[in-house]
Design a protein. Structure first.
Length: 143
């Protein structure tokens, strides 16, 4: 099911009377090597599994956000103050009143504070002082 496989295939708890695979390691990833270690004083084997994991493709980071400028806030307040609100006041039920209010409120809110897509810049501007020589030396230290 869903390409899931239990990677523990041999007994992990061994006593004088039994050998049972009580430990479970379920994955859908490719494993290149499995190793079992006898811990000596324990009644369990230790398992070590090497799993191949591809690095995710990193694209530009995108966030969605609203901009709240002082001018837009003042305009939003102005529109709310000049709205007649008759639609809200004429409702007889509380839920209908609330829904009418929220419809009007969100109408102006979405017009004046639209959701914008922003791309985050991956360039770190805080390290502009780093020269090519410093970067080369830094990378040499990472060996």
């Amino acid at each position: 099911m869903h390409n899931l496989v239990n990677k523990i295939n041999s007994p992990t708890r061994i006593t004088h009377n039994s050998a049972t695979p009580i430990d479970v390691m379920i994955t859908n990833l490719n494993c290149i090597k499995q190793t079992y270690y006898d811990l000596g004083y324990s009644d369990h084997f230790a398992q070590l599994t090497y799993i191949i994991v591809n690095k995710p493709i990193v694209g530009p980071k995108i966030i969605k956000k609203r901009q709240f400028s002082d001018i837009a806030i003042k305009e939003f307040i102005y529109y709310l103050q000049t709205e007649s609100w008759d639609q809200v006041l004429l409702q007889e039920e509380v839920n209908e009143t609330f829904n009418a209010f929220m419809a009007t409120f969100m109408y102006y809110f979405n017009i004046l504070f639209p959701i914008n897509t922003c791309y985050l810049n991956n360039n770190n501007n805080k390290n502009k002082w780093m020269t090519k020589g410093l970067i080369f030396s830094k990378n040499k230290l990472r060996i």
